[in-house]
Ligand binder design. Sequence first.
Ligand code: FES
Length: 157
Amino acid sequence: MTPAPFRPRLQAVGTADAPFERMLPADELPLGAMRRVTRGELDILLVHTEMGVFATEDRCPHMSAPLSIGVLEGCIVQCPLHEGRFDLASGDPAQMPTTGGLDPDGVYHPTWSPAGRDPKVDPPGTKAEARRLTRVRRFRYYPVRIVGDQIEVAFPA
Ligand code: FES
């Protein structure tokens, strides 16, 4: 088990010189597993992929649903709401949510429906406007290290 690499500019704010803390025994996160661990008011998602272990917030980059109860395929996590799929390897959305909205670069994507389902009607109004203006973020990553049989994560002081 090793920490997974991530783009340096996607490192969580305040973690550059942050101390590491024990989060989970390594044997509780086998390959292909996701776990939520909580520290104070932060819910962290630990994910063990072929690339290594990632730590990011356990909040969907769309509307904050817990990704830990979603589905993991390789490095792609599917959110339990709205069918959004997010790539841990790049930090980017791999599939926009059914609600549409803005991608991380601010480009608008329309609503869509999974195959076999009728298109969802999105009546105009404040809620539709809110969905249209909701921007999917990129993941932010917490540094991880493996010390002995423990997974440790760096948190801002
Ligand atoms: S909250 Fe995850 S896709 Fe919408």
